[in-house]
Design a protein around this ligand. Structure first.
Ligand SMILES: Nc1ncnc2c1ncn2[C@@H]1O[C@H](COP(=O)(O)OP(=O)(O)OP(=O)(O)O)[C@@H](O)[C@H]1O
Ligand SMILES: [Mg+2]
Length: 239
């Protein structure tokens, strides 16, 4: 059997805080197949963002293995990791992370300058990507001249710049109302249907309807949906 697209074994991320150790991830084993849409759910502090950052090579694990598309991220040096990240992954964050002084078009075109693309090509490709997220008519708007949902769509267009096979999104709808959140999830779902592998962290149970797979985290470990639900119920009763 071929290896899964994402393979995680014994993954831990520990933080030493004075005399205590925070176990953000505490021995995670995970297989995720290519072309799936996986939703990661879990209460605040359960390790969702930590998982996404490690998968994206934005941070280093304390121990354990992470492979993406057959490549061992945990064995790469910083340069190899940066290159791999740029070729393989696109990131979408809750807070959009757009550059305020740049137009939508410039925001999308910006990362292409590191890939040696000419300015004319950058602008052409950025326009095409903005078209794909339905924002052809907002190319010249700056972030503060766009709605939250539109800003997130610009961020998604930017994430697509290097045609990544893996899209990682950390609460992409967290700052959006239900309707624009739905549009953003639909867009991520379209990317999945176009053949990409998508991994989305979300608090919002409504977003799971787009998912082909669900992962539940509690205290840095994977749990079953039933364990997750009963923990959620307990914490609701306690508050
Ligand atoms: N730099 C850090 N130093 C110390 N502890 C950290 C650090 N980053 C995260 N943690 C801790 O690790 C745990 C997991 O954090 P993480 O950000 O992955 O949670 P999360 O599931 O994304 O939560 P949320 O839903 O609130 O975003 C938390 O208990 C957090 O306090
Ligand atoms: Mg988080």
């Amino acid at each position: 059997m071929p290896a899964p697209f994402i393979r995680i074994r014994g993954l831990t991320k520990h933080y030493q805080m004075g005399n205590t150790i925070v176990r953000a991830l505490d021995g995670l084993d995970l297989d995720i197949e290519a072309h799936t849409f996986t939703v990661v759910m879990g209460p605040s502090g359960s390790g969702k963002s930590t998982l996404l950052y490690l998968l994206g090579g934005l941070d280093r694990a304390t121990s354990g293995e992470i492979s993406v598309d057959g490549a061992r991220l945990d064995q790469m040096d910083e340069n190899a990791l940066a290159l791999f990240r740029r070729r393989t992954m696109g990131f979408v964050f809750q807070s959009f992370n757009l550059i305020p002084s740049m137009s939508a078009l410039e925001n999308v075109a910006f990362p292409m300058q590191f890939a040696g693309v000419t300015p004319a090509q950058r602008s052409l490709q950025a326009r095409t990507l903005l078209g794909q997220v339905g924002l052809d008519n907002r190319a010249d708007h700056r972030p503060n001249e766009l709605s939250g949902g539109q800003q997130q769509r610009v961020a998604i267009a930017r994430a697509l710049v290097n045609n990544p096979s893996l899209i990682l999104a950390d609460e992409p709808t967290g700052n959006l109302d239900t309707s624009s959140g739905g549009t953003v999830m639909q867009l991520l779902s379209d990317l999945h249907n176009a053949g990409r592998t998508v991994l989305v962290v979300t608090h919002d149970p409504r977003m799971t309807r787009f998912a082909s797979h669900k992962i539940f985290l509690l205290d840095g470990r994977q749990v079953s949906e039933a364990e997750y639900q009963s923990a959620a119920l307990e914490s609701a009763q306690a508050s």
